[in-house]
Design a protein around this ligand. Sequence first.
Ligand code: MRU
Length: 343
Amino acid sequence: MAESFAAVQWNKGMLTLLDQRKLPQELIYLDYDSCHEVADAITNMVVRGAPAIGIAAAYAVVFAARHAYQEDIENWRKLIEPALQYLADARPTAVNLSWAIAEMRQAFDEITGDPEHYLLEQAKRIHQDDIAANQQMGRLGAELIQPNSHVLTHCNAGALATGGYGTALGVIRSAYQKGLIDHVYASETRPWMQGARLTSWELQQDAIPVSLVIDSAAATLMHSGTVQWLIVGSDRIAANGDAANKIGTYSHAVNAKHHGIKVMVVAPSSTVDMSLESGSQIPIEHRTASEITAIQQMPVAPKNMDAINPAFDVTPAELIDAIVTEKGVVNKPDTEKMRSVFH
Ligand code: MRU
């Protein structure tokens, strides 16, 4: 089933991003044709979600190459570097960003002449591969779910966060179509409200029954036996299976463990970072305090209030029942099992 919207689209030499800051009230698309602007769109959350960030970055490399080649056809590979660095620094936690830049960079040596066509093909391949990976993860993840399940998801790991279909929401879509999931609970996800604004909207588009809960209602929901699975995406998975995801995921996973509820992390192999031994090495983005001292520009805390605003947390592997990737499912992840799938 194809979505009626696309978070990231290549359109006549430009990149079109759905402005996710405005959803669900407004469906606004913005056009980009420079690497710098796309990097800023990533930092400012126009496009968000680890795989979607990676795909947007791949297209941004096309712009960087276009401009560097226009400046100097001989030395474009050197001239492109500051733009690629700026892009890589846009957000630190999702490894898909640096992964996509590295994938694009691999092609540089083979290129003769104008790099644009060649790099655009690469970016489109990254985009298409992500959609195919999501569909495969959807199939694999659904196999783990019992009929009549109710599930909780956090943040947005759907079509909006990827090339299409989604990771955690891909599993939910697939399991719902197979009649395995009866109901979804979306936690609202302070402070950017990805659950309230994006996941709720996406699931409504597909007529999948969804109820919104505040983040701190999750434990009560679990205690009452309402949900059987916590299903989430990830921004970076370390070699031992520790998984970084939106702040609040760890708290949900601790609660899930206490209540005997299973935890599934769904992410493409581009989110796996085997260079990091454990989650303690994952860089965690800290965002500005004003994101939590005000709600939609309305102050909710005293003036000059100090605040700590980590955007992600790390769920230790021991709290995870299954990591679902397009390359296979890692049950009860540890370093050995991860290494057997990701070399
Ligand atoms: O800050 P965001 O909205 O980019 O955070 C997104 C998440 O944490 C998602 O759960 C994660 O990127 C997986 S998206 C398939």
